[in-house]
Design a protein around this ligand. Sequence first.
Ligand code: C2E
Ligand code: MG
Ligand code: MG
Ligand code: MG
Length: 267
Amino acid sequence: HAKDLNDMNLLCFQEDMYRKLERSALIKDLAEQAIKRDEFIIHYQKKVDINTKEIVGVEALTRWSSKELGNIPPSEFIPLINNTSLIYGFTEYIMLKALDDLSTIKERFGDEVTVSINIPPNIFYMKSFEEGLKKGIRARGINPKYICLEITEDVFIGDFKKVQTIIKNLREFGVKISLDDFGTGYSSLNYISKFSLDEIKIDKQFIDSIHTDPKTQLLLKSIIDIAKGFEYIVVAEGVESNEQIEALKSIDCSIVQGYIFSRPEPL
Ligand code: C2E
Ligand code: MG
Ligand code: MG
Ligand code: MG
């Protein structure tokens, strides 16, 4: 019966929704304890120069192995804690861990290697974040040029002037600013012309078709030309195949991050 079927579907849908909401609430609860219990660990993924084969940097990507729920990927837990007060403590915790790891990273991968840390938009706006970062860098005697902050385009949706000032202050202090997931926002080209950055990371969705779709390749070639004009470093994210590497070489994109070289791994 059609009506019964619909009722059935609705019931399943409600149950499914309920389970999702329950899991979300649980994750938020557990995230708070996870910091105290040291359940978050950082994996690092290499950024490689495909011409010289040199490792130029690593990106800190957080992994959570929860006692109650097992492995929870960042794509699930970051959005959930992003609009709670927890995100501040979480970001500071990861940031300081990454600063602590820098000396080991240099020993392992080379003296000029940088470490990139993902910073959520609402945190980037906080004065206390900037102060905490500077304090953490000074306390460890780190040269700030080895620290790169990855921000996403949603940071620009807020107060344009304010973001400009924050970026200017941080770059004057010496840290690098990278625009992550480039091309997924509404006016990516506008943003890169209005802000002074150090790096843009071309989102994986473009890299996925760079070797099969001539239009994508042409688009990326133009973006790379523009970015080079601004003296930004261009990084290709999510590179998985040699065909993609060849396509990237042909448009002069030399810095690559992706499974083809390495997955994110613990130190
Ligand atoms: P993201 O910053 O854009 O990081 C790149 C994502 O692509 C990572 O996923 C990485 O593991 C994945 N990736 C790299 N190369 C390849 C590839 O060749 N193929 C495929 N399929 N994937 C590749 P991950 O680690 O699951 O992180 C997802 C997102 O979660 C990150 O995207 C970032 O936005 C966020 N995230 C991760 N760690 C942190 C953190 O400590 N703080 C904050 N605020 N966000 C984080
Ligand atoms: Mg990133
Ligand atoms: Mg990205
Ligand atoms: Mg991403």
